[in-house]
Design a protein around this ligand. Structure first.
Ligand code: 3PG
Length: 396
């Protein structure tokens, strides 16, 4: 981005791929972290007098316009946060988008409708994606350039992330650069002890990262819904907690390989149903109640995890420890996050949910060295996978 700004962007059309995939409750944005993270790059372009065309996705619509997935609330929020006029086009590369881009004055911003309203964006067919990317590139025309700033989506080989970067002069935005630099520090020689905290609901989503991280870390602390499959692998009853039966053998293998690196909960908060006003109890893991479900790690576990985090040199945390959105099940996540804040480690929070938890629980964002905007992207980076949206920039 700095190279591009040094060249000068006044009057030039710049296509920016941002990740504005924010959680919504109806039309209300419940966490605007990703929008705020996209501001520095857009603001620099605006200040430089560029005509900025922002493209982004929201959720996973089925390749056709769907009002539920409109970027309208995002456009409103961008308008509030940005010191520039933002207009939302009603389509992606159609008449409204073309008119919106044509009507841009220097320092103004046009946001295209959800890029995934066009099925070609996520097509596996390279020719289809290529044709769509050409239409996107045509919006900024001759002299137009591409800035890739949606770190959360660089692991997707999609038209607006990957193919368009082959058609236009392509630059890494400040967010993509910062995220890659931070994560390279973790895959390089992190300060020890290197402690990873993993939560979230499914082991299957995290299997690849667990397998690749295990040899590199000193401790792996497991919480969230996924800990129950590990507990089942240890022969413990899990009541009606989340369980991936087909993953039990894999968890047994991981536990056998890990020696004492993997820490599992000693106690859990259980509930008689999945509700904020459910009856709750805190029990040792050997004392799970038959029909109850575990919705958070318990205080003994939180203390053990906090102790492991206290002297860590490097911490990577992905996934809440419990259903933090409901007050009775938020304490495990709060305790782990607080322990990271209180420690002196180089700490990286990866993943939309954990980042949202930090903000929802009122923890200081500057208590962490870096809060990544990428969930899947940061995990794939740590797995050592090549991220198509980064590789294509390196080639460019
Ligand atoms: C995310 O939420 O992790 C990114 O926005 C990518 O979204 P996707 O998983 O739907 O591609």
């Amino acid at each position: 981005l700095d190279d591009l700004l040094a060249e000068g962007v006044a009057g030039r059309r710049v296509l920016v791929r941002a990740d504005l995939n924010v959680p919504l409750d109806g039309e209300t944005i419940t966490d605007d972290g990703r929008i705020r993270a996209s501001l520095p790059t857009i603001s620099k372009l605006v200040s430089g007098g560029a005509r900025v065309v922002v493209t982004a996705h929201l959720g996973r619509p089925k390749g056709a316009p769907d009002p539920k997935f409109s970027l309208r609330p995002v456009a409103t929020r961008l308008n509030e946060l940005l010191d520039a006029t933002v207009t939302l086009a009603h389509d992606v590369v159609g008449d409204s988008a073309k008119a919106g881009v044509d009507g841009l004055a220097d320092g103004e911003v046009a946001l295209l409708e959800n890029i995934r309203f066009d099925a070609r964006e996520t097509s596996k067919d390279e020719a289809e994606r290529g044709a769509f990317a050409r239409e996107l590139a045509a919006l900024v025309g001759d002299g137009g350039v591409f800035v890739s700033d949606g770190f959360g989506v660089v692991h997707r080989k999609q038209a607006s992330v990957y193919d368009v970067a082959k058609l236009l002069p392509a630059y890494a935005g400040g967010l993509v650069l910062a995220e890659v630099e931070v994560l390279r520090r973790l895959t390089g020689t992190p300060d020890r002890p290197y402690v990873v905290v993993l939560g979230g609901s499914k082991v299957s989503d995290k299997l690849a990262v667990i397998e690749s991280l295990l040899p590199k870390v000193d401790k792996l602390l497991v919480g969230g819904g996924m800990c129950f499959t590990f507990m089942a692998a240890e022969g413990l009853g899990v009541g009606s907690s989340l369980l991936e039966g087909e993953m039990i053998d894999t968890c047994k293998k991981l536990l056998a390989e890990a020696g004492d690196k993997i820490l599992l909960p000693a106690d859990v908060v259980i509930a008689d149903r999945f509700a904020a006003d459910a009856a709750t109890e805190t029990v040792l893991v050997a004392e799970m109640r038959e029909d109850w479900m575990g919705l958070d790690i318990g205080p003994i576990t939180a203390e053990r995890y906090a102790a492991a985090l206290a002297d860590a040199g490097t911490v990577f945390w992905n996934g809440p420890m419990g259903v933090f959105e409901m007050a009775p099940f938020a304490e495990g996540t709060r305790a782990v996050a607080q322990a990271i804040v209180d420690g002196n480690s180089y700490s990286v929070v990866g993943g939309g949910d954990s980042a949202a938890a930090v903000r929802a629980l009122g923890l200081p964002e500057d208590g962490f060295s870096h809060i990544s905007t990428g969930g899947g992207a940061s995990l794939e980076f740590l797995e050592g996978k090549e991220l198509p949206g980064v590789a294509v920039l390196e080639e460019s």
